[in-house]
Design a protein around this ligand. Sequence first.
Ligand code: DHB
Ligand code: MG
Length: 229
Amino acid sequence: MTHRDPTPEAWRAVDRYFTETLVGHDAALDAAVADQGAAGLPAIEVAPVNGKLLHLLARISGARRVLEVGTLGGYSTIWLARGIPDGGRVVTIEAEPANAAVARANIDRAGVGEKVDIRVGRGEDVLPALTGEKPFDLVFIDADKESNTLYLDWAARLGREGTVVVVDNVGRGGEVADRGTTSSQVIGTQRGLAMLGDDPRFDATALQTLDAKGWDGVALAVVVRPGER
Ligand code: DHB
Ligand code: MG
């Protein structure tokens, strides 16, 4: 095997190759991205390969109940909803009512509206109200990075042993490894990763990603019984 550092052209070509070969094209997802952009929302939805990863994780884990923190325009929500069976539920939390309206239309057009419950409000206000419901099988955290530790705490509380937890944007163009960073988002990301490493309720890893959204990363964890990892 030859070793070379990836140039942007090379890794973008690889991402396109993976996307074309394995993910394909999809009218509902393309329309969701287009309408999100037309409504002025930022283009910070997950890359297609990452959306497909979420979808596969839902299927691999047999998830029926999914919790998403950070709906944006519903792109990842559609991927997740397609990964759970009929009768399953994605509860997705969005702080910005205008985003939630865009997401609702995108999700309904994709034909998964019955599976998706959008809760409008800040995570810290909405999450406690989910206590007492059946545990979530998969939690995807993709909102304000400053609150990642709070969201992880709720993921453990609202999950069960075996719940899959995914955290988006843990690479941040390499900034995550900068221990002197002053970015509140990067500090929030670092605190979330430290929690995944230290908190006995989780066992976790993280992978760097080079995809349509650039150089970033995704953390993957499982909720464990304390003492079991
Ligand atoms: C940002 C947030 C995201 O969730 C993402 O995927 C990319 C960027 C941001 O806040 O800059
Ligand atoms: Mg994200």
